[in-house]
Design a protein around this ligand. Sequence first.
Ligand code: PMP
Length: 286
Amino acid sequence: MSLKIWINNKLVDEKDAVISVFDHGLLYGDGVFEGIRVYNGKIFKEQEHLVRLYESADAIRLQIALNIEEMSKAMNETVKANGIKQGYIRLIITRGIGTLGLDPFICKDASIIIIADNVQLYPKELYDKGLKVISSSVIRNHPMSLSPQIKSLNYLNNIMAKIEATDSGMLEAIMYNHEGYVAEATGDNIFIVKNGTIFTPPVSSGSLNGITRATVIELSDELGYDVVEQNLTRFDLYTADEVFLTGTAAEVIGIVEIDGRKIGDGAPGEITKELKDQFFKYASGE
Ligand code: PMP
């Protein structure tokens, strides 16, 4: 079935949703984006995603012609037009059409693209079995280079780590920061469980301020777990009782092996499973 794509203020057929080869989003990865889930026809954490999008845009001095309310309307229209009840929205803002030079301010209007579709990041069975991952040798972007908190169209840093994972026969890689502390996975935040306490690296360690991460911290709190945001080392991962990832596309998924070391008993742990179930319940409005 052909999708209806929102592009530059209207919905068009997928085949007509095209952008210029002079768009700086294509030429330079100059732009920002969001990935957002739809559960039971409702956009999950819509406001939080929109705020993060506009903050990313501000950080790169990208002006978006629509305000947050107008963007929300456009997203909801796109979801409706595609009949999406359970799915995923990709919201993309590119710098727009410019010249072959870098100058972003030559580009007149940012392009707005909204895609509403389905997504399956990891195979379904791995939510029960857990993921095996490697530590990447690719260091997460230094915050003084390109802040990992900007959800930019430049994902090459993460893609380099993903290539390393794929080359090792794995689906995912853990990225460390310039000081050797754990940052995040290529498209997800990371948590560990040790002796009943939940730990996650602070956002300042070089990760995106994940919206699923924040939700899982809140749910953990409600369930009575202590959540500690502190720097984690590779040793902490290797010796954790449980490790799991969180992200919009990934949701909550257990990790059962890192660099050939088995985590816990080699299956997703009890707290991981509890949080995964709670997350699904919460997201689907139960
Ligand atoms: N880190 C990176 C690099 C990501 O791309 C994502 C996915 N947006 C996340 C973490 C998870 O963030 P969220 O829970 O907001 O999707």
